[in-house]
Design a protein around this ligand. Structure first.
Ligand code: HEC
Length: 128
């Protein structure tokens, strides 16, 4: 017959291994301000498309250039990149190696431009 001590330690191991799965602190979460431009409801067509066309399409277009992984030509594609690929973190990062669009000096787009994209996200990713 097994000793109660052995059973107890097996039970403890099972308990411990179950506890490890709620560790969600490794991925830094991107937070969007509640409403960065309160006086404006930003929409893709009116505010965001021009920013993407000017700064992103040269690589994220058809055909994809310079090893960009996905297109950003349509409302759907840009919205999916926000929800599935964390687009906002790439434009607001201060890490010059990751920033989008890539820049020689690692600088970001002007803050006012970043704010418009952030406001669009906060306003609910509207098309028009
Ligand atoms: C000079 C080419 C170039 C331009 C311009 C550019 N990108 Fe990128 N982008 C890349 C490349 C190459 C990658 C893949 C490597 C990486 O993640 O750095 C990438 C990756 C990304 C990713 C991550 C995709 C993933 O799933 O990992 C996002 C989001 C992104 N770009 C958004 C943008 C946005 C938004 C703009 C414009 C504001 C932009 N990019 C402009 C070349 C570019």
């Amino acid at each position: 017959m097994k000793s109660p001590k052995l059973l107890l330690s097996l039970f403890t191991i099972v308990l411990l291994s179950c506890g490890g799965s709620d560790d969600d602190t490794t991925e830094p979460e991107v937070t969007v301000d509640p409403d960065p431009i309160p006086e404006q409801t930003s929409t893709y067509n009116a505010h965001v498309k021009t920013i993407i066309d000017t700064n992103c399409i040269e690589c994220h277009g058809t055909p994809l250039q310079n090893s960009a992984p996905m297109a950003l030509e349509t409302f759907q594609e840009v919205r999916n990149a926000v929800t599935d690929r964390n687009l906002f973190s790439f434009i607001e990062t201060n890490n010059g190696f990751n920033v989008m669009p890539p820049s020689d000096n690692g600088g970001r787009m002007p803050q006012a431009t970043i704010d418009i994209v952030e406001d669009w996200i906060a306003d609910g990713l509207l098309e028009q």
